[in-house]
Write a protein that binds this ligand. Structure first.
Ligand code: FRU
Length: 475
C-alpha cells in the first residue's frame, strides 16, 4: 500500500506504524503520562497483541518507546490498566528503588481461555517485566477480560472491574495487594445488551455541588447509537463492594468512533479518559498506512445534574489543547452574514461557537477533490447531524458512510456552546458544556481547504483557532 501521510493526525495519537486498538494502562507517574495500547508490532491487522508504549508531558505530544509487554507464546496480551502502588502493597518494589512500583493488570488471552495477569515496572513506568507465571485471577472462562483497577480509600483496598462479555456483566473484585483477588459483586445485564460487553471502568466524579457519585462505563459490541460498537454509562453509588445505578444507561459518545475508553490513573484534581477512535465495524479496513488506528483526545470529565435530578456525564477536550492554538479568527454569524474561512495546510482546527436560541447552524467543509462534510446544529429541532460520506477507498467499507444524528442537549445558559476539533482524519464535537460528545473518523481525498458557516434564524458568535501539530515537550 502507498503511505498516507496526509491522514496522519496532528493532535491525536497514532503509532509510527502498524495496528493500534484500545488504550491500556493509562497512568500518570510524576510529571509523565504513560500511554500503553493494544498493538501489533508487526503489521496493520489485529494480531500478535502486545502493549505498545508512549509517554508525554502534556497528553498531546507523544514519544513512542519499545513495546512494553510483547505478546507471549502462551497467550496474547489483551487490554488492562495500570496504577502507581504508592505504598508498595504488592511487595514488587525493593528497598533502594527510587520510586514505587507501577503495576499493570492485563488479560492473557489464550485459545478459548482468558485470565488476568500482572506486570510491573520498578523505574517509574519506563521498563516492564512480567509478574508470576500464574494468572492473578482465573475462573476457567473462555471470555473474561479488560481489568480496570483503582484504589478505594474508604475500604482500604484495590478494586478491579472485569467483564464477562457474553453474560453482559461487569464483575468487581477486591484485593489488599494486587495479587490476591476476591469477588465483591456482579453488575448487569443492564442498559444495552444486544452485543457483548467489553472494557469496563468504574470511577468517582463530583457534580457541580461537590457531591460524589460513581460512573460505571462499559462498551457494547453492537447496538451503539449509530449502529455497531458504542460506549454506555450508568451513574450511581458504589459502597466499596456493590455498584447501584441511580438512572438509565446513557451513551458516552454519539459518533461511530469512540470505543474502549478508560480513565487515567493518578491525575490529581482532574478526571480524564481517552478512547480508541475507531469502530470494530470497519477498524481492520481503514485505509491509512503505515499505521492503522488512532486514539481520541484525552477528555476532561465532569457530572451535571438536570432539573429532575438526573445525572449526566460531561466531556470536554483537555485544557492543554489551548496551548496549541495559533491564529484566531473571530466569527459573528447572522442569517445575512455567513462566513467563509480558508483552512491552512498542516494545521488542525479548533472551533468554539455560541448559538443563540432558534439557530440552525450549517457548517460545510470542502476540499479541491470534491470532499464535503456537513454538520448541522438545529437548536429548534434539538438535533446535531453529521453527514459522513463514504467516497473513494471507503465506498465499499460497510458502516462507514452515514448520517449521524444526536440529541442536542438543552442550553445551560441562553446560548448553546458548540466546540469542534478537526484533525486531518477525524472530528470531535462537544455541545452543551460537554453534555454531548461525538467522535467520527474522516478520510477526505484531499485536505479540506474551506470552511463555510451559515445560520438560519438566530445567530452565532465565537472563534476559530488554528492548532499547531503536537510535538513531545522536552525534559
Ligand atoms: C476491545 C477489545 C477488548 C480486548 C482487546 C483485544 O476493543 O476487544 O475486549 O481486550 O480489544 O485487542
Amino acid at each position: 500500500p502507498t503511505p498516507t501521510p496526509a491522514w496522519r493526525p496532528l493532535v491525536h495519537f497514532t503509532p509510527r506504524q502498524h495496528w493500534i486498538n484500545d488504550p491500556n494502562g493509562l497512568v500518570q507517574v510524576g510529571e509523565v503520562y504513560h500511554l500503553f495500547y493494544q498493538h501489533n508490532p508487526q503489521g496493520r491487522d489485529h494480531a500478535n497483541m502486545s502493549w505498545g508504549h508512549a509517554t508525554s508531558r502534556d497528553l498531546l505530544g507523544w514519544q513512542e518507546h519499545d513495546v512494553a509487554l510483547p505478546g507471549r507464546e502462551a497467550h496474547a496480551i489483551f487490554s488492562g490498566s495500570a496504577v502507581v502502588d504508592t505504598h508498595n502493597t504488592s511487595g514488587l518494589g525493593q528497598s533502594g528503588d527510587a520510586s514505587p512500583p507501577v503495576v499493570a493488570l492485563y488479560t492473557g488471552a489464550g485459545h478459548y481461555w482468558q485470565a488476568q495477569y500482572l506486570a510491573y515496572s520498578r523505574d517509574a513506568g519506563e521498563t516492564w517485566q512480567f509478574g508470576p507465571e500464574q494468572p492473578v485471577l482465573d475462573e476457567g472462562r473462555a471470555d473474561f477480560r479488560d481489568p480496570k483497577v483503582f484504589w478505594h480509600g474508604p475500604s482500604g483496598r484495590w478494586v478491579k472491574a472485569v467483564v464477562y462479555p457474553d453474560e453482559r456483566q461487569v464483575a468487581l473484585y477486591g484485593s489488599p495487594d494486587l495479587h490476591v483477588w476476591t469477588p465483591l459483586s456482579v453488575f448487569g445485564p443492564a442498559g444495552e445488551t444486544g452485543g457483548i460487553w467489553e472494557v469496563p471502568d468504574l470511577f468517582p466524579l463530583t457534580d457541580e455541588t461537590g457531591q460524589e457519585h460513581w460512573v460505571l462505563k462499559v462498551d457494547v459490541f453492537a447496538g451503539g447509537p449509530q449502529g455497531g460498537t458504542g460506549a454506555q454509562y450508568f451513574v450511581g453509588d458504589f459502597d466499596g463492594a456493590v455498584f447501584t445505578p441511580r438512572g438509565p444507561a446513557r451513551w458516552a459518545d454519539y459518533g461511530k468512533d469512540f470505543y474502549a475508553a478508560i480513565t487515567w490513573s493518578g491525575t490529581p484534581g482532574r478526571c480524564l479518559w481517552t478512547a480508541w477512535q475507531s469502530s470494530w465495524d470497519y477498524a481492520t479496513r481503514l485505509p491509512t498506512h503505515p499505521w492503522r488506528g488512532a486514539l481520541t483526545l484525552a477528555r476532561e470529565l465532569g457530572l451535571r445534574r438536570d432539573p429532575d435530578g438526573g445525572l449526566w456525564l460531561t466531556q470536554l477536550p483537555l485544557q492543554e489543547l489551548d496551548r496549541l492554538r495559533g491564529r484566531r479568527t473571530p466569527l459573528h454569524l447572522t442569517p445575512d452574514s455567513p462566513a467563509t474561512l480558508p483552512l491552512p495546510a498542516g494545521r488542525a482546527l479548533d472551533l468554539d461557537l455560541r448559538l443563540a436560541p432558534g439557530t440552525v447552524l450549517t457548517l460545510r467543509l470542502t476540499s479541491v477533490a470534491g470532499d464535503e462534510l456537513t454538520l448541522r446544529a438545529d437548536r429548534a429541532g434539538g438535533t446535531l447531524t453529521l453527514e459522513r460520506p463514504a467516497r473513494g477507498l471507503l465506498a465499499d467499507v460497510a458502516g462507514f458512510g452515514g448520517v449521524h444524528t444526536a440529541p442536542l442537549p438543552p442550553a445551560i445558559e441562553r446560548d448553546l456552546d458548540l466546540r469542534l476539533v478537526l484533525d486531518t482524519s477525524s472530528v470531535e464535537l462537544f455541545a452543551g458544556g460537554g453534555l454531548l460528545a461525538l467522535s467520527d473518523l474522516l478520510f477526505p481525498a484531499a485536505a479540506p481547504d474551506t470552511l463555510r458557516l451559515s445560520v438560519d434564524g438566530g445567530g452565532a458568535t465565537g472563534e476559530a483557532w488554528t492548532l499547531r501539530p503536537a510535538v513531545p515537550s522536552p525534559g
